[in-house]
Design a protein around this ligand. Structure first.
Ligand code: PMT
Length: 392
């Protein structure tokens, strides 16, 4: 999610500073390189050693008297995104006023990228007209505010002002980095493997776990799209993902066709049965009756149904190949898709069930190889490609 990204975490002086340690850990786990600026007040709440142990480098605390000549400009040049969590009323006021008299605000002023702020304070402070003014100024300056949320506060009281949970702040950092480039898009994703009943307890299925489709749906939602995820598998939770659980190819077809009319992009990551038992047995097949003869019939071609829509959405098909991906080249035009993502599902460590994939991506302009990487990384790269293709 944040692989290769440089995240500068600013910690200011509030009780919620203890949660900044967990946020730092989640940022690191998400692949980011994390550096931390701690204000003097924050040192009253959490020790620098904690942050050093989590991020692998000691936090920065001072604007002056360090070995670095200009720490604020160096950190500003290094960071891809700055996140201030928790952000006190005082820090927000200084940010809104451009008062660069400490390392954190000086760095924010020297920084031209996205800044995420997670306020934390008592309800009265959050609702004070001065804070309201500062919040308006920060929002107008393009600062991404996440939270606060209602809940128990430090003094034992309850109300609005609690810092957003670290997971929500992580989501906001990811969204801010991508600039919400899919905002306003409506996207349909199919995921998982369909199950075609043989009898009430058995089915014809395949090895798809839904991970590839989930990654595509989640990255799209994180980048601002409204996503309908039609899936046979457990789905990720995100406020912009609406999940339609299905089982069979026919159910998936009905759900995808309904959602795809009027959508902007449809991605077919599901492994759909091409054939199903024509007459599933109404009761469990019995061993004593001997091996059954199962007549198969074709399932609906879900992708073809969407490709026939007028106007049709931008289409991304997948192809599960065995013995290399070259054979998938013809499927770009045969399936009538804009992008075809082919993976060789016999290669160990990728494809079905794995957390990684390696794909050949075919477009009208040719093909490119994307070597083995996480399914999240493949999904983000796919969305980069779709954004470029749709802007032409
Ligand atoms: O779910 P994971 O465990 O993460 O595994 C990911 C994956 C291997 C399932 C995924 O990367 C993948 O390759 N998905 C497509 C699998 C597939 O069914 O390929 P296909 O070549 O049989 O089908 C071609 C395309 O037509 C696919 O986009 C498929 O969704 C679509 N199709 C197929 C049959 C059908 N009846 N209707 C369809 O829409």
């Amino acid at each position: 999610m944040l692989g290769g990204r440089s995240v500068l975490l600013g910690v200011t002086g509030g009780v919620a500073a203890f949660k900044a340690a967990y946020l730092a850990r989640r940022l690191v786990e998400s692949g980011a390189t994390v550096r931390v600026i701690m204000t003097r007040a924050s040192l009253e709440f959490i020790g620098p050693q904690t942050m050093a142990a989590i991020t692998g480098s000691p936090p920065y605390t001072e604007l002056f008297g360090t070995e670095t000549v200009s720490p604020h400009t160096e950190l500003a040049a290094w960071a891809d995104v700055i996140v201030v969590a928790p952000a006190t009323a005082a820090t927000m006021a200084r940010m809104a006023g451009g008062e660069s008299d400490d390392l954190l605000v000086a760095t924010i002023l020297a920084f031209t990228g996205p800044v995420v702020v997670a306020p934390a304070m008592h309800t009265e402070m959050w609702e004070h007209p001065a804070t309201r003014r500062n919040v308006t100024v920060l929002a107008a300056d393009g600062i991404h505010l996440v939270g606060p949320v209602p809940g128990p506060l430090a003094g034992g009281d309850e109300g609005m002002g609690r810092m957003a949970e670290p997971e929500a702040i992580l989501e906001a950092v990811i969204a801010a980095l991508h600039g919400g480039d899919l905002a306003g898009w409506s996207v349909v994703v199919s995921a998982g493997g369909t199950r075609e009943p043989v009898d009430p307890v058995r089915f014809l299925g395949n090895r798809s776990s839904g991970k590839m489709g989930n990654a595509i749906a989640l990255t799209a939602a994180r980048r601002g799209a409204a996503v309908t995820l039609v899936t046979t598998a457990p789905a990720p939770t995100h406020p912009r993902i609406s999940v339609v659980p299905v089982d069979t190819a026919a159910e998936m077809a009905a759900a995808v066709w309904e959602a795809a009319a009027g959508c902007d992009v449809a991605v077919f990551a599901a492994a759909v049965a091409d054939f199903r038992p024509a007459e599933p047995a109404p009761t469990k097949l019995r061993r004593a009756d001997g091996p059954p003869e199962i007549r198969l019939e074709s399932t609906p071609d879900i992708l073809a149904g969407v490709a026939a829509l007028q106007p049709r959405p931008f289409l991304v098909g997948f192809a599960a190949e065995t013995g290399g991906t070259a054979a998938a080249a013809g499927k770009l035009t045969a399936k009538g898709v804009d992008v075809l993502v082919a993976n060789d599902v016999t290669t160990p460590g990728i494809g079905f069930g794995a957390d990684s994939n390696a794909v050949t991506v075919f477009t009208a302009g040719g093909s490119e190889e994307w070597p083995r990487q996480s399914k999240d990384a493949i999904a983000n790269r796919l969305w980069d490609l779709v954004v470029r293709a749709r802007s032409h």
